[in-house]
Design a protein around this ligand. Structure first.
Ligand SMILES: NC(=O)c1ccc[n+]([C@@H]2O[C@H](COP(=O)([O-])OP(=O)(O)OC[C@H]3O[C@@H](n4cnc5c(N)ncnc54)[C@H](OP(=O)(O)O)[C@@H]3O)[C@@H](O)[C@H]2O)c1
Length: 251
């Protein structure tokens, strides 16, 4: 049962985004969504009662729900949980839905995953195997959570930043692009999921590209401010990205 906050408005023009994962990225995107007049149904692993504070902060457009409620809510779902948790999701509920996957592979957190270490699949191709029928779009995975509010701008702003998206379903990718535009970013189509390694960790089109000072040492990135990254510069970075040797990753 959903708790706290007003239920999203039915009918009319109120768009709803389901968010599974209420951590750094999930909460940052939720803040953008309510600011853009999009209703949010947000879930985590501990249940709706643990989301009281966040939903109070987000205001009346936000509702805390179960994972099933977030998966069923609205037109799109943002999935922002560790890779290891994908297997526990209600895959049937996500079938046919546009699912924005923010996930990355960190062996230190996720354990070693042979299909990723062998480069047989990219992270979101793995998600596609685990969530059959979901229309996966990789998005919001290459930007640090604290840079999201720093860089979000209304459409038409001269200092707007772009995020890469990748997906195999053109309609879902178009929906994701339209949603992300409302949330405050341009998008660059980085192709299909098999090419989405171009904006995974260590690829070259990963988090440091949004840093005001790209030379900031890795240990200071969480405090470092962001600077806008326009779409043409992101396109150029994607062109020169290289596939990381994931099997050598130690973090
Ligand atoms: N942090 C960043 O700057 C950043 C940037 C780009 C991409 N990413 C990627 O985005 C994903 C999320 O990162 P994050 O930093 O937002 O993570 P986080 O702060 O650790 O939050 C993870 C969220 O996932 C929820 N969760 C865990 N297991 C779950 C399950 N079985 N079912 C439903 N929810 C579950 C957690 O629930 P509880 O709150 O109940 O524990 C928590 O809300 C990761 O794959 C990460 O690699 C992160």
């Amino acid at each position: 049962m959903a708790v706290r906050g007003e239920p999203p408005k039915q009918g009319a023009a109120m768009r709803t985004l389901g968010i599974i994962g209420s951590g750094n990225i999930g909460a940052a995107v939720a803040r953008l969504a309510v600011a853009a007049d999009i209703a949010v149904v947000i879930a985590n692993s501990r249940g709706p009662q643990s989301l009281t504070e966040l939903v109070d902060e987000l205001g009346t457009r936000a509702t805390a729900g179960t994972i099933e409620q977030a998966a069923r809510a609205g037109e799109e779902t943002l999935l922002s949980i560790p890779l290891t948790a994908y297997r526990s999701l209600p895959a049937d509920l996500l079938r046919g839905r546009t699912v924005l996957d923010t996930g990355n592979y960190y062996p230190h957190r996720d354990g070693r995953i042979a299909a990723l270490d062998s480069e047989e699949v990219t992270t979101t191709e793995l998600a596609r195997q685990l969530l059959p029928g979901a229309l996966l779009v990789k998005a919001f995975n290459n930007i640090l959570a604290h840079h999201i509010p720093q860089l979000a701008r209304p459409n038409g702003s001269p200092d707007r930043s772009a995020l890469p998206i990748a997906g195999d379903a053109p309609d879902a990718k178009a929906r994701a692009a339209e949603l992300i535009d409302r949330l405050g970013f341009d998008t660059v189509d980085a192709g299909t999921l098999d090419r989405s390694w171009r904006f995974e960790p260590e690829s070259g089109a990963y988090t440091h590209i949004y840093l005001a000072d790209p030379e900031v040492p890795a240990g200071h990135m969480l405090q470092a401010p962001a600077a806008p990254l326009p779409a043409d510069r992101l396109r150029a970075v994607l062109e020169t990205a290289h596939r990381a040797k994931v099997a050598d990753r130690t973090f």
